[in-house]
Design a protein around this ligand. Structure first.
Ligand SMILES: [Mg+2]
Length: 193
């Protein structure tokens, strides 16, 4: 009699573990949500005036001025980029703003994105004294753990190298350009159809 209960118990445990394993497998196989990576300076924010203010007479850049939060807030938005990003958001693609701006201006960047009605998204900035390319690659790879990152848009070769290293489609946009975003939209449309 006792033996029978023991077998029923063992059988029960086996059934429960198989069922639980199946449920767990089903969850781990869920497709990851779609996402994209967007650079900020020169891509969606026109930083020409800030760069001019931060350029020393010898042509070098005064980074303290360049990363001054009050100046960052005065950047002009590239309006066509906002229109395209709203369309991207409507397509169910989450936006990650990954910029080499230093973390000291994170608050100003978030303020700027909101003030200019850019779609909501997570904002990543670079810790001071870390290298821009490595920082971008590491950040995209971290996002890829939870998201199916389809493409990235940036205005610098460094952005393109970072995106390609992570195996995502890389779209280069002309620096601080409204018109070039029309082409960018077409490229995105081909990738997500
Ligand atoms: Mg840029």
């Amino acid at each position: 009699m006792r033996r029978r209960y023991l077998w029923i118990g063992v059988l029960g445990l086996v059934i429960v573990s198989v069922l639980f394993g199946g449920v767990q497998k089903a969850f781990t196989q869920l497709p990851k949500p779609k996402a994209c990576i967007i650079d900020i300076d020169g891509t969606i924010a026109n930083e020409n005036e800030r760069r001019a203010i931060a350029t020393n007479p010898d042509g070098s850049t005064n980074w303290r001025k360049y990363f001054n939060p009050e100046l960052v807030k005065k950047d002009k938005p590239i309006l066509k980029s906002r229109e395209v990003l709203r369309w991207v958001e409507q397509k169910g693609i989450k936006i990650f703003y990954v910029s080499s701006r230093e973390t000291t201006v994170l608050k100003a960047s978030k303020w700027w994105l909101k003030a200019h009605n850019f779609p909501q998204g997570e904002v990543y900035h670079r810790r001071p004294f870390t290298r821009s390319l490595e920082y971008k690659i590491d950040t995209v790879r971290t996002i890829q753990k939870s998201y199916d990152v389809i493409f990235g848009v940036g205005d610098r070769d460094r952005d393109i190298t970072a995106y390609q290293t992570c195996g995502i489609a890389a779209i280069k946009v002309k620096e601080s350009s409204e018109e070039d975003w029309i082409r960018v939209k077409n490229e995105i449309a081909k990738l997500i159809k």
